[in-house]
Design a protein around this ligand. Structure first.
Ligand code: MG
Length: 157
């Protein structure tokens, strides 16, 4: 078995939709990024790549490449899940923490899991846990959102 950790953060800007776990969340601000800024998907991707011993998301999908501009992160996640599956890995479990002072995200978790299922992650093998940062730091000041994810993979061959 192999374990991997992923971390990502993006800052809020006006005039962009807030996308997390492939779901558009009503908030009034969105996350800045070359792609859609979906830091939940990005952290999960890096945890999967970490467990598989592969290069990180920035090396696989460089933000200097126009190809990935405004890319849907669920599509990037799908590519990574396909890639690690080809290398013989099965996802046993993913745990994640979304650190966001606002908005409240609990009611969106089931929809995120359904969307991530389309990227190849079984809903019964992922946990998504939103929490605030008690007003401390950049997440506490509502400047952005951070995500930590851990993946456990089984090597089949
Ligand atoms: Mg990112």
């Amino acid at each position: 078995m192999r374990i991997g950790i992923g971390y990502d953060s993006h800052r809020f800007v006006e005039g962009r939709p807030l996308i997390l776990g492939g779901i558009s969340i009503p908030y009034g601000k969105g996350l800045f990024g070359h792609s859609d800024g979906d830091c939940l998907c990005h952290a999960i991707i890096d945890s999967l790549l970490g467990a598989a011993g592969m290069p990180n998301i920035g090396q696989l999908f460089p933000d200097t490449e126009p190809q990935w501009k405004d890319a849907k992160s669920t599509e990037l996640l799908k590519k990574v899940v396909e890639e690690i599956t080809l290398k013989g890995y099965t996802i046993l479990w993913i745990d994640s923490v979304i650190i966001a002072e606002e908005p409240r995200l609990n009611s969106f978790i089931p929809a995120m899991k359904e969307r991530l299922k389309e990227a190849g992650i079984p809903p019964d093998r992922i946990n998504i846990k939103p929490k605030t940062n008690e007003g401390m730091g950049f997440t506490g000041r509502k400047e952005g959102i951070a995500v930590i994810a851990i993946s456990l993979l089984k090597k089949n061959f």
